[in-house]
Unconditional design. Sequence first.
Length: 317
Amino acid sequence: MSDSFSLYRSTLDSNSSIAISEEEFLKLKFAHDALLEFTYIEEKFDLFIENYFDLEAKIIAMGLRFMIFVTIDDFQFDRINFNRTVVNFLTSCRMYVDQSDRHLKRIYGEESSVYRSAKEGFSREYDHNFEYRVMEALRNYAQHRGHPVYGSIYSQSNEMLGEEFYIKYVVAPTLKPSVFKDDAKVKRSVYEELAQLGDKQLDLRPFIRSYTSSICKVHGEIGELMAADVTEWKSTINSAIETFRVQYEEKGFIGLRAGKFDKDKLIDYVPLVSDFLSWLEKLQTKHAGVGRLPIDKMFLSGEPMLKNENVEQVRMP
């Protein structure tokens, strides 16, 4: 006897079921598995972008502390704090890049245009973005050799705004090119590029922001490449849920599955859960505009508005 397929509820109080074809079952299974892989990509991007947020927040908080208390209690603790947040950031970057590659491969395969385009996107950013190359080298150094942050810059200067003087405070983590000099795991070409800036402490913030901007750009491109497929997969799952809801409305659809049976024995199933789709929607909504942000050209300022300055309030769409 051939296998049978149906939509059913995996609950003790339900015998409700709707027969479906093998083709419909396989379509549901692929849609579910592909959406799960796509959700993993979005979750790992969220881990990355939240670590970037934490890093920028740490820089701001340490600058504010320097401004209010003026003195530096212990710059070594500042260095360790910077290292902790930078290591978390770099680790989540590598996780996102490596594992999004695997998730896309599981969905589309290595020969697909989507997989190749994503891989080419990361390669393009590496080739064309000096800061990207440096940050990749720094991640490698942090993994195999030592702390990524060499030290900290503490700056205090007078700034003229309008007709008044203000005191500007800056705290930033730094990188020193010479730490790469004897590291065989860092590409020589990257070290030589960096060494041209001189063996001095370099403000790490522009490197971090440019690297982040590149990752966000590629993530946005992946989302655009997958948009039509993701919409179709969601529609496939929602259509099955709606079909069952319409026929058995009074019983709801908690525990809804698409099942494959050998006689009465369940041999495979696909969970059909709307909460899973809702979570994916929330992640997509949160990340929708991030890929378009020129993060390397943005910074947060506590600079006061001039008395006669007319500043338009900006609301994000």
